[in-house]
Design a protein around this ligand. Structure first.
Ligand SMILES: [Zn+2]
Length: 300
């Protein structure tokens, strides 16, 4: 895929950004999942919980090379929340402090039940996560019943939000295809494989390769896709994905350590590891403008 670079507009233009005149390879989008629903300060003091902490942590990650921020919010006690007001403050703060960065709000199931999961979509973020099927999580069922999935997808169309399809299982990739064929997802679905969640799909390279093959088969050879590994599998999935031409997800939501014995000091530290993985495979890091072009999003 050839991406016309407007990296010159990017004020951060660091050494790892592709600049005009260099050979064109597919830039690598790095998504940082800053908070999630589960990790606490007791697990790792660097997990940002308040909106102010989240904005600061996202800004550091943006400076390190992330162009998508995957966002959850927490209540005053640090518990998962779907409060649209908090999402609004976080979205505004990221837009102010991280120019062009793509804000992706989570509609995941740990922060609420039923339609409360989509209550923030009217904020019109450029992207939101969308789980299209159910599976087990470590201690519970991750319930995504068809009527709720259909409703979340229709809200995303109403508000011009591009879904990122969270594929915890092979069947979820096929479900994305079905929904696209029915017009419930506009354009080509952007699928993220999630591997390494306990009681769901393990981080198995043969399965990963088949996921990639399936996305190409269903959506086209050059369709962008990404992958996320949970816990110790985060770096492994960064490496596999960078090598196979996919995009990367990192961040404290999925993994709180930089190695077996060391807590990650920040989201930015994990982004730096993802940048190194991309560079090992000769992938330039996508600027926010390049990420928007790759994903077919409106300009930020
Ligand atoms: Zn999430």
């Amino acid at each position: 895929m050839i991406i016309i670079s407007d990296a010159r507009e990017d004020k951060r233009a660091g050494q790892f950004f592709q600049t005009v005149g260099q050979p064109m390879t597919t830039p690598c989008i790095i998504c940082v999942a800053i908070t999630g629903s589960l990790p606490t300060k007791a697990d790792n003091p660097a997990v940002p919980i308040t909106v102010a902490e989240q904005i600061e942590s996202t800004h550091e990650a943006y400076e390190a090379g992330a162009s998508i921020a995957h966002c959850h919010v927490r209540d005053d006690e640090g518990k998962p929340s779907s409060d649209p007001d908090r999402f609004a403050r976080l979205k505004e703060g990221i837009q102010t402090h991280c120019p062009g960065m793509i804000v992706q709000l989570s509609t995941g199931g740990r922060s609420g039940a039923g339609k409360t999961r989509g209550g923030m979509l009217s904020l019109r973020p450029p992207m939101a996560s969308l789980s299209v099927g159910s599976n087990n999580f470590p201690t519970r069922v991750y319930e995504n019943p068809p009527d709720l999935v259909d409703w979340l997808a229709s809200e995303m169309i109403t508000y011009g939000v591009k879904p990122e399809i969270e594929a915890f299982d092979l069947s979820h990739i096929y479900q994305a295809k079905l929904m696209a064929d029915r017009g419930q997802i506009k354009g080509t679905p952007y699928v993220q494989f999630v591997m390494g969640v306990k009681n769901a799909m393990p981080a198995d390279k043969r399965v990963f390769d088949f996921y990639v093959e399936t996305v190409k088969h269903l959506f086209g050879e050059n369709t962008p896709w990404c992958a996320a590994g949970v816990g110790r599998h985060q770096l492994e999935l960064n490496e596999w994905s960078a090598a196979a031409g996919g995009h990367l997800r990192t961040g404290l939501e999925d993994n709180i350590r930089i190695d077996r014995d060391t807590l990650a000091p920040s989201n930015a530290a994990l982004v730096e590891l993802a940048v190194l993985a991309a560079q090992r495979h000769k992938r330039p890091i996508a600027t926010p403008a390049q990420a928007r072009a790759i994903l077919g999003l409106r300009k930020g």
